[in-house]
Design a protein around this ligand. Structure first.
Ligand code: DOR
Ligand code: ZN
Length: 356
């Protein structure tokens, strides 16, 4: 869409019309949280890659299909939203189950959680070599691998876990499966930016709205700030700057993936708080704000609506969405008494407002 007037820049732009975007990484949960969270994503995005880290995780075709049905049931009547389901890889996962799910259209991709890396990852993969046969099958059938890129060894500093993963795990995977398409999810470091750029066409990366806006200081501003805690944890400022440059560069292997991950307020504000930032209510507005700050609003559409489907080999969406330049103040709290959720940007005012 041609929204940007070259002479005037974007300050005078009051309306932004984009091809309808997709979210290539989101957490919906189940039950009351699913009913609360899913409509926000379905309002802004045509499709989303839905994470399988439920309890128990989505490891079978039947579980994937049942979860897809629960998501559809949680959406407003007549919603045209398409959830794209993922299978949760475990040490014991059966390549035939994965292939069946892929071939019958239930699973779009598989998700690799190193065991213990994040929320509900206890049944994840303990040693990536254990899933070599599954990766081989995925490569054969053209199914994407989505990766939570952090090592979990206790001797590795939490701020180094992503960089070490590149060397110890991702490098060997790409080397042994050169035709496997891999998405390095929610990248947080300059190291990952360099790694993605040096890699061939089969490696892409998603970048969240929050990692473009917060660095690790956000967790400690005037006290401990659990609502800025997510995994991979936000890093130093220079890493955030590298991510902003990457996302707004127009490079076709970076695309939108919010990693919107709702947790009830009390489970984040706890002695052992959950990782996750709930950005779905204002995901597009947040990205728009960052792209505008970087002088790159004209590149938002490709990042949000073109590079993802092209990497996944899916058609681009036909419809459009509109953002108006209209201040929007986010509430401190959303959800209900039963599940209060603090959204990303709580209490802040954003310059753009999603209009449908
Ligand atoms: O911050 C995160 N929250 N990172 C993840 O990897 C998982 C997610 C969740 O499920 O809460
Ligand atoms: Zn995630």
């Amino acid at each position: 869409m041609n929204n940007v007037n070259e002479q005037q820049g974007t300050d005078s732009l009051t309306r932004l019309v984009l091809r309808q975007p997709d979210d290539w990484h989101v957490h919906f949960r189940d039950d009351a949280m699913l009913a609360f969270a899913a409509p926000y994503t379905a309002r802004q995005f045509a499709r989303a890659i839905v994470m399988p880290n439920l309890v128990p995780p989505v490891t079978t075709v039947a579980a994937g299909e049942a979860y897809r049905n629960r998501i559809m049931a949680a959406l407003p009547e007549g919603s045209a939203f398409t959830p794209l389901m993922t299978a949760y890889l475990t040490d014991e996962i059966d390549p035939n189950e994965i292939e069946t799910g892929f071939k019958n259209g239930v699973f779009t991709a598989c998700k690799l959680y190193p065991a213990g890396a994040t929320t509900n990852s206890a049944s994840g993969v303990t040693d990536v070599r254990k899933i070599w046969p599954v990766l081989e099958r995925m490569q054969d059938i053209g199914m994407l691998l989505l990766v939570h890129g952090e090592v979990v060894s206790p001797d590795i500093d939490i701020f180094d876990r992503e960089a070490v993963f590149l060397e110890r795990v991702l490098g060997p995977v790409l080397n042994d499966f050169p035709a496997l398409k891999v998405v390095l999810e929610h990248i947080t470091t300059e190291d990952s930016v360099q790694f993605v750029e040096a890699a061939g066409p089969n490696l892409g990366a998603t970048i969240t709205a929050h990692h473009l806006r917060i660095d690790r200081n956000a967790m400690f501003q005037g006290g401990l700030r659990p609502h800025a805690y997510c995994l991979p944890v936000a890093k130093r400022r220079r890493h955030r700057e590298a991510l902003r440059k990457a996302a707004t560069s127009g490079h076709p292997r970076y695309f939108l993936g919010t990693d919107s991950a709702p947790h009830p307020k009390h489970e984040k504000e706890s002695a052992c708080g959950c990782a996750g930032i709930f950005s779905a209510p204002v995901a597009l507005e947040s990205y728009a704000q960052t792209f505008e700050e970087e002088g790159a609003l004209d590149r938002l559409e490709a990042f949000a609506s073109e590079f993802g489907p092209r990497f996944y080999g899916l058609p681009l969406n036909e419809g459009t969405v509109t953002l108006n330049r209209q201040p929007q103040e986010l509430p401190e709290l959303m959800g209900s008494e039963e599940i209060p959720v603090v959204p990303f940007h709580a209490g802040e005012t954003l310059s753009w407002r999603f209009a449908g």
